[in-house]
Design a protein around this ligand. Structure first.
Ligand SMILES: [Zn+2]
Length: 442
């Protein structure tokens, strides 16, 4: 084991941040991905474009090996633009802004016209029962709100109305679900995201409505519970199709068979450009490799970038990656993920034992001056999470979460929503952590 030399390490970490902040690669790469490819849900031709773009970009950075790892993915298509209109009410007709949820079936060409029943949660729906719900559109209108510093718990607390709303509605005879968007922001942009069907319950179409649309609909329903709503979507799902994770290695000089993974997911919802979710993470992971190359920091262990496919739909990419690590008995020292947007980094959450906790305590003084002060034990990331059963220390880059849900899964998630410096700081934070893990291990 090497001695813990904070002085030498602080110089290297300073150089990492200086290089990240003075170079434009990460920001330019994000612009390229967002503007020239854009939304890229797994199974789409754009996701394949993104995969080949990532492969080429990593080759240009100078990785020793870059390859594609094959996996099957779902192939869900949004189809024609969704529509939602109040067709009959005491106050006239209104168009409302909605989008179909990922994985939903479509309404058919004619669409659906029905009365609406509003609930806040599944218990309320159960109490109303079939008598009140049958034949209606079920409107789940529980706001995403939090008083905690992080906004992620709020998302977690309301996600079930998006994910399981349609099956719950159908259970009591509802003919579609319309869920309030999972965002803390009052705006007229619907937020999509995955939904699932319960196999034992019939499938009905699932929609998300913008928060301002939800407020208006709720207000109108209070005065006119007989109002009628028209919903139309054209989604459908093809057979599973072939796709790929993109993997790039910078070979370790002492332990080439021992790997430190830094990654993100390359797929993104089709309604935006996937800038914060998760284009930022994709280019930050690439930037870690570039910084090591540029500063000539010859890593002792292999640094591996993994750009996972299909995080948003079924995480088939991450599952495949973990399966192959296991089958090949590849030794992984750590796996780091960036999937909390390109906002100011604040630290790393981690899933690991006390040895890692002790190391982080030692490293904290080196990182805190760059704003990296949060190190909670717990969730790390969705994609790296599949490596948990192999007892690999897992880390998630934590960012300032205040604005994340303004953009996540919405058409607002575009390149312009990402701040250049914040994006670069996130890349530098990951490079610094990779550097420390590479030198000291756990
Ligand atoms: Zn994501």
């Amino acid at each position: 084991m090497q001695l813990f030399s904070q002085k030498a390490d602080s110089v290297v970490i300073h150089n990492i941040f200086t290089e990240a902040l003075s170079d434009y690669s990460a920001y330019d790469n994000l612009k390229d991905l967002c503007k020239n490819i854009g939304g890229r849900i797994g199974g789409s031709s754009k996701s394949i474009d993104a995969i080949y773009w990532a492969k080429k970009t990593l080759e240009n950075i100078g990785a020793d090996t870059v390859y594609l790892q094959e996996t099957k993915v779902r192939s869900w298509k949004r189809g024609s633009k969704e529509r939602c209109k109040i067709t009959k009410s005491a106050f006239g007709k209104y168009d409302l802004t909605v989008c179909a949820l990922g994985g939903s079936i479509g309404t058919g060409k004619k669409g659906i016209k029905a009365r609406v029943i509003e609930v806040k949660n599944f218990d309320e729906l159960k109490k109303l029962g079939k008598a009140k719900v049958e034949g209606k559109i079920v409107f789940f209108n529980r706001p995403t709100q939090t008083t905690s510093y992080s906004t992620f718990p709020a998302y977690g607390n309301t996600a079930n109305q998006r994910v399981w709303g349609a099956s719950q509605a159908a259970k009591y005879g509802g003919i579609a679900s319309l869920s309030r968007s999972l965002t803390l922001t009052d705006h007229n942009f619907p937020h999509t995201g995955i939904m699932h069907y319960n196999d034992s319950i019939s499938k009905v179409p699932a929609f998300a409505i913008s928060t301002t649309g939800a407020d208006l609909l709720s207000k109108l329903l209070k005065s006119d519970s007989t109002l009628e709503l028209y919903l139309k979507s054209g989604c459908y799902e093809n057979e599973d199709t072939t796709s790929y994770n993109v993997i790039a290695d910078l070979k370790g000089s002492e332990f080439p068979d021992e790997i430190i993974v830094v990654g993100a997911h390359i797929d993104a919802w089709d309604n935006g450009q996937g800038a914060h979710d998760d284009g930022a993470g994709v280019v930050q992971a690439m930037e870690v490799l570039r910084i090591f190359k540029y500063l000539n920091l010859k890593p002792r262990h292999t640094i591996r970038v993994v750009e996972y496919i299909d995080e948003e739909m079924a995480q088939r990419g991450a599952r495949k990656y973990a399966e192959i690590v296991k089958n090949k008995s590849e030794k992984h020292i750590a796996a780091i993920e960036s999937d909390c947007g390109g906002f100011t980094p604040q630290g790393f959450s981690y899933e690991a034992g006390n040895n890692v906790t002790k190391r982080l305590e030692q490293w904290k003084p080196l990182l805190i001056e760059y704003g990296l002060w949060l190190y909670p034990q717990g969730h790390s990331g969705v994609d790296v999470g599949f490596l948990e059963e192999q007892n690999i220390p897992l880390f998630g880059l934590m960012t300032d979460s205040q604005r994340y849900f303004e953009y996540q899964h919405a058409s607002t998630d575009v390149f312009e929503a990402v701040n250049k410096r914040e994006l670069k700081l996130g890349a530098a934070a990951m490079a610094a952590l990779v550097y420390l893990i590479d030198i000291y291990g756990f």
